[in-house]
Design a binder for this molecule. Structure first.
Ligand code: G3H
Ligand code: ZN
Length: 292
């Protein structure tokens, strides 16, 4: 069923697990992510970045693909259709179109402006029952053109941001989008603890979920992270399986041609199955299996 995300994220916060926010790119990824959620009986957010929204033919197309698949695949677990790292105009657009959840990312703005714009989005979104995520501090690295400095979230900014009425809060705690560099120092769990002490019980979102050692993710969940975003890990799983299959194809060309494995429905299958497996594995680590 398609729902907004505030209830299942709050339940995760209360009960000490986290919901996966999984980025999709196209029809097949959406199927893989939905299959994983259903297999694990896990609520999830399926999310498009602004770039992925464009790639999929616009937010409206993305929304219909997700919505129609949830119906045709008989998906019974709660699914939120979420905009990831949205600019102000994009956030307003998905509210119009009927996403059920969104992130307004004003982390590049001066805090006063970030707070003010977030408040506007909260009013518009909540009027339609849409859940809202906002960000303080910033996530390091780059995702689909969104570049962050990796600034630790100031505690007072987090407190003010929660007062805007948002449903969950993304905070920079040393996390980075994309692969982590070899010299990465790990999550600033001490900072996360200060943050959650300042906003007791409030659900925190961990971005840059790919490549963080599982023990650090679990420690962060214990402290109050209730949503973990994963994008790169699915992409890497897809690329690795596709490369492996392509190499096998190269080595057995005549046989694979005869089996018509050049058909995209077959050629893409190993990669897509790898995305599903990666998502299922993350759901287990986050503890949200059988929480639907
Ligand atoms: O907003 C999306 C996530 O923060 C993705 O981060 O690509 O490092 O998994 P990731
Ligand atoms: Zn992110």
């Amino acid at each position: 069923a398609i729902v907004s995300a505030e209830k299942f994220v709050a339940a995760a916060r209360e009960n000490g697990y986290a919901i996966g926010g999984f980025n999709t790119n196209n029809l097949e990824w959406t199927q893989a992510i939905l299959r994983a959620a259903e297999a694990k009986q896990a609520p999830i957010l399926i999310q498009t970045s602004m770039g992925a929204g464009k790639y999929m033919g616009g937010y409206k197309t993305a929304k219909y693909i997700i919505e129609n698949l949830v119906e045709s695949m008989n998906i019974t677990v709660p699914i939120a259709i979420h905009l990831d790292h949205g600019h102000f105009e994009d956030a307003k657009e998905v509210i119009e179109i009927g996403y059920t959840s969104l992130m307004f990312d004003g982390s590049h703005l001066p805090i006063a402006e970030n707070l003010e714009k977030t408040k506007e989005i909260v009013a518009l979104a909540h009027a339609k029952g849409i859940s809202v995520e906002a960000e303080v501090g910033s996530i390091g690295g780059e995702e689909d053109g969104i570049i962050g400095e990796g600034e630790l979230a100031p505690i007072e900014d987090a407190v003010e941001m929660v007062k805007t009425g948002i449903d969950f809060l993304a905070a920079g705690i040393g996390n980075i989008h994309g692969p982590y560099p070899a010299n990465w120092k790990g999550l600033h769990l001490d900072h996360l603890q200060k943050l959650t002490d300042a906003v007791p019980g409030f659900p925190i979102v961990l971005h840059g979920g790919s490549g963080i050692p599982d023990d650090q993710i679990k420690a962060a969940i214990k402290m109050g992270v209730a949503k973990v975003n994963v994008n790169t890990e699915s992409q890497q799983a897809f690329a690795a399986a596709t490369r492996k299959f392509a190499a096998e194809y190269e080595a057995n060309e005549a046989e694979y041609d005869k089996k018509k494995l050049f058909d995209p429905r077959k050629f893409l299958k190993p990669g897509i199955d790898a995305v599903q497996a990666a998502v299922e594995e993350r759901i287990d680590v986050f503890g949200s299996a059988n929480k639907a």
